[in-house]
Design a protein around this ligand. Structure first.
Ligand code: GLU
Length: 624
């Protein structure tokens, strides 16, 4: 994302520096002891296996050499850094970091879920997008979430049920990466996380809060309560949390490959847990529909990434079934169009005008996303991300002084942009939920990985696979249960083998074909606005990366209100937005971004949240 620099000098990307040659930092050293551990433990699976791993300190920003990792969690970041210090690549470190997040952030990530990853390969200059989104079972139909009279099933009841569980893709992606782009076996990349699960980690505020918020739901499912409410209690900050079942799951994948999940013992346990969830006495939930055949049919896909230009940078993101790439790109294109319309650059306008423009751009992009993007054939991706379409949308709608009435109509991405926008129709904004995590990694050779993974809501379906310590996703609730607007086609209705539309937006930024950074965030549909806001904060508003992440967030997604954080709502910026006609609603926190930047001379900057979710952890291999 550096506007002026070139990428890190290529060094010994595929070579392995000697283990001790690179510093990992003091905090990392505690965790680094986990890296290089024997991949298949001699201990009895599920055994306690040693003293708990102390909680490393966290930092929101780090600058140095040797590579960089940023995630929401210090254990995960330090494990990723240790892999880099050990000579691993960005892909290796991303898998190890994600596996660690499966341990310490089990309500947001893990082998029971899915995700999207974008990888820039410095050797070839190629960017590859990986889609490990959960899929619907073959039995799914358009009306699977409707009752006989055509009304949708109650959303909350579907969330905590087997019916919401899609075929998970995360483990398949890790294996694909280890076998293709990675430089070491999956077992080696899982070992640090496996040992962390077995030895135990120190509970922080976020883990304790998320467990407490889910305690009622978790107690519906005895296998979940057993793991996540040990002794019937919510763990407190400072407690040690062990997950021997998850250690066993990682061990089993290490020994047998993901075949155990897609066509073996673990898979049978997943299918049983989703189809016949064991519930507490008197509790009934919708049964799931996934089968062994659905698991066996699962595939990681490699769709063409979405590419667009923004202020001389190339922004590369995730295509369908995520709406992340197209919607971020359209919003950025709209902001450029507003510059032309008004004759005033985004960089030069006052903060309230910036946020107004930003809200108008994202709401307009969401109007088109809601109408056109989903796992259906013929999504007009090229048109949605074209500057011509954005110019047409801007000149039909944008007023620097007044917010357009919501919902903003969708446009016609038809390739004919000679005139100003004529509204093509209106689609209501769909429902929205949160529970995900994002990590960003860069290695000494200049590779960058942006990886967003999820189990959908915080705590997923609430169903833990007995004996394996991981939660199953509720991703299928990302489908529209019923057409969003009567008479308007909805590309996100359920269907057999379909992948629900996502908002995940792992993003890599290139300059002259070379990666200069990467970023992403959790937050459901606010992911898109968070990624776009961090980019504009850095690129246009001149904020240092960590400040662009910390800046108070505004998220306008074409609903009745624009969601803002309290720092906006309660101050002069909120007043100025209201004066332009924005109806504001407040959310205590939007997103939890991480980013890395490649600086000249082989240096890196990693940045994370300062406050949100208790603060993230940004690190570099050698801060010297
Ligand atoms: N399931 C959501 C999506 O794919 C992500 C949820 C979240 O980020 O919290 O867009």
């Amino acid at each position: 994302m550096d506007r002026t620099s070139s990428a890190a000098a290529p060094t010994t990307r595929r070579g392995r520096p000697p283990r001790s040659a690179l510093a990992v930092g003091l905090a990392g050293a505690l965790v680094a002891g986990l890296v290089g551990a024997a991949p298949a433990s001699a201990e009895r699976p599920g055994g306690r296996g040693g003293a708990p791993v102390p909680l490393p300190p966290r930092a929101p920003v780090a600058v140095g050499t040797g590579g960089a990792v940023s995630s929401v969690d210090p254990y995960a970041t330090q494990i990723g850094l240790a892999v880099l210090a050990d000579g691993g690549t960005a892909v290796d470190a991303a898998v190890a970091t994600a596996a660690a997040l499966g341990v310490t952030e089990p309500y947001s990530a893990g082998v029971g879920g899915g995700g999207f990853l974008v990888h820039y390969d410095a050797e070839t200059g190629d960017v590859t997008a990986y889609d490990s989104r959960e899929t619907a079972p073959a039995s799914f139909t358009e009306d699977v979430f409707l009752v006989d009279d055509g009304a949708p099933l109650p959303f909350r009841d579907v969330v905590s049920s087997g019916l919401s569980v899609g075929v998970p893709g995360t483990a398949a992606l890790w294996e694909r990466l280890a076998e293709t782009e990675g430089t070491r076996p999956l077992a080696e990349l899982l070992a640090p996380a496996r040992d962390l699960a077995r030895r135990g980690f120190v509970v922080d505020e976020t883990f304790a809060e998320q467990t407490a918020a889910n305690a009622e739901r978790f107690s519906l499912f005895p296998a979940t309560a057993e793991v996540f409410l040990p002794g019937g209690e919510v763990p407190e900050p400072g407690d040690v949390f062990r997950n021997p079942g998850l250690a066993r799951a990682y061990d089993e994948i290490s020994r047998r490959g993901t075949q155990t999940l897609y066509d073996g013992r673990m898979g049978r346990a997943v299918v049983r847990a989703a189809r016949y969830p064991r519930t507490a006495p008197g509790v009934e939930v919708f049964p799931g529909q996934i089968t062994a055949a659905d698991l066996a049919a699962y595939e990681v896909l490699e769709p063409e990434p979405v590419r667009s230009d923004y202020r001389g940078l190339e922004v590369v993101g995730m295509p369908v079934p995520s709406s992340g790439g197209t919607t971020v790109a359209e919003a950025l294109n709209l902001l450029e169009a507003y510059d032309d319309l008004t004759g005033e650059q985004l960089a030069d306008v006052p903060e309230d005008a910036y946020l107004h423009r930003f809200a108008e751009a994202t709401a307009t992009a969401f109007a088109d996303r809601n109408r056109y993007v989903g796992d259906v054939p013929g999504v007009p991706v090229e048109e949605l991300v074209s500057q011509g379409f954005a110019d047409e949308r801007a000149c039909g709608l944008f007023d620097p002084d007044v917010a357009a009435a919501r919902p903003i109509p969708f446009g016609s991405p038809d390739g004919d942009y000679a005139t100003c926008d004529a509204a093509a129709g209106v689609q209501e904004a769909p429902r929205d939920d949160h529970g995900t995590t994002h990590l960003t990694v860069a290695d000494a050779g200049g590779d960058v990985v942006a990886y967003t993974l999820t189990i959908e809501q915080t705590g997923g379906s609430g169903i833990t696979v007995p004996g394996y310590g991981f939660l199953l996703n509720n991703e299928l609730t990302d489908f529209s249960f019923a057409p969003t607007t009567p008479g308007v086609p909805d590309p996100n209705l359920p269907g057999p083998g379909k992948r629900p539309r996502s908002s995940m937006a792992p993003t890599v930024v290139l300059q002259d074909g070379v990666a200069v950074g990467g970023l992403g965030s959790p937050g459901g549909s606010t992911i898109i606005t968070t990624v776009a806001q961090v980019l504009t904060g850095y690129v246009d508003r001149g904020l240092p990366l960590v400040d662009a992440i910390a800046a108070p967030r505004v998220s306008s997604r074409n609903g009745a209100t624009t969601t803002v954080e309290p720092a906006v709502a309660d101050g002069p910026l909120g007043e100025a937005l209201r004066a332009r006609g924005h109806a504001l609603s407040t959310s205590s926190e939007i997103g939890a971004a991480t980013a890395v930047r490649l600086l000249p001379g082989g240096r890196f900057e990693a940045a994370a949240e300062t406050v949100r979710r208790g603060g993230g952890d940004a690190g570099v291999v050698d801060p010297g």
